[in-house]
Design a protein around this ligand. Structure first.
Ligand code: CA
Ligand code: CA
Length: 313
């Protein structure tokens, strides 16, 4: 733990040095050209955001070490939930002459959109269509989403016969931003009238195909199984964090002697591999943001995706 802590300090010192150095260069070249100055400010912001990501990855690494320690010392199965240290936002931390911050969220709290089609042949999976329909209806109450759903299926499926096939990807999503390209997509459906609700915050193109019951939303779990009604979700909130999936049986009304139905056991999990990191670096009034997707696995948690747009990779 101490070794990891000092590694983090060294990395942050290095990043801090780079931020200061690029500020120095900015000052010297200010007389040369405004354009160059802007480029260097940009460079400094990039170092600041990278530094924030280094810190966030360190936080996830420490969670993995904690989980492994609990498993070996207390025989507790590994789990991830929002009460853990990684879920606490880190804000306004000093770096060079600016500040950085980050917020980590569980990407496996979201429904994996690419489960809708098989990877090779692009055939829609009926069970997942049923689940997605339920999620879509719950995420967009009072909105007619049937045409959007049809255009999504044409976009994803491998065939070219359908009402909305023109310009369709005909394969799994590379990013959920593609949803904005669907002919029947509306901002009301994707991000709601407040810009923060709707479908988009509840879906991902990443994940192992499993949704974490310890972090998923009520709508997301209701999508997976209609047994997750309001009453069951309340029971789940009281029972979290779950350490094993079998703890779901009394919550969902399954007999304790029977195994959990295979379609639930295959889709649900109590721990996560994919995490989303919302990053910021600010100097004065200039605040830059980015989003990264990070893997938490034994060994080195790795950055998978980097997007300067904070909205939605
Ligand atoms: Ca954990
Ligand atoms: Ca198609």
């Amino acid at each position: 733990m101490r070794r990891r802590g000092s590694a983090l300090i060294i990395v942050l010192l290095l990043v801090s040095l780079l931020v200061v150095l690029s500020a120095e260069i900015t000052v010297r070249s200010a007389t040369d050209s405004r354009m160059l100055e802007n480029q260097l400010t940009e460079l400094q912001a990039q170092y600041g955001l990278q530094g924030a990501l280094v810190h966030a990855i360190q936080v996830l690494r420490m969670d993995l070490a904690k989980d492994q320690k609990e498993m070996t010392e207390k025989n507790l199965p590994m789990a991830d939930w929002n009460g853990e240290d990684w879920a606490k936002p880190a804000l306004d931390l000093p770096l060079g002459d600016g500040t950085y911050g980050f917020t980590i969220t569980d990407e496996q709290a979201r429904y994996p959109m690419n489960a809708l089609v098989t990877g090779d042949s692009g055939i829609l999976v009926p069970l997942e269509q049923e689940r997605f329909s339920r999620l879509l209806t719950a995420a967009c109450p009072g909105i007619d989403t049937s045409a959007f759903r049809e255009s999504l299926y044409d976009w994803l499926d491998g065939d070219r016969t359908g009402t909305y096939e023109q310009g369709a990807r005909n394969a799994q999503l590379l990013t959920t931003k593609e949803l904005f390209l669907l002919p029947m997509a509306t901002t009301e459906i994707l991000t709601g009238n407040d810009g923060r609700s709707g479908l988009l915050p509840k879906v991902t193109r990443w994940t192992t195909g499993q949704v974490n019951v310890n972090t998923a939303s009520r709508e997301g779990l209701y999508g997976i199984s209609d047994r997750f009604d309001a009453l069951a979700y309340d029971k789940l909130l009281n029972a979290r964090p779950l350490r094993v999936l079998d703890e779901l049986k009394p919550i969902l009304g399954y007999p304790d002697a029977d195994p959990l139905p295979p379609e639930l056991a295959a889709t649900l999990s109590v721990r996560s591999t994919f995490f989303r990191v919302a990053l910021s670096y600010g100097k004065g009034m200039d605040i830059r943001r980015a989003t990264a997707i990070v893997l938490k696995v034994a060994g080195q948690p790795a950055r998978l995706w980097w997007d300067p747009d904070p909205a939605c990779p």
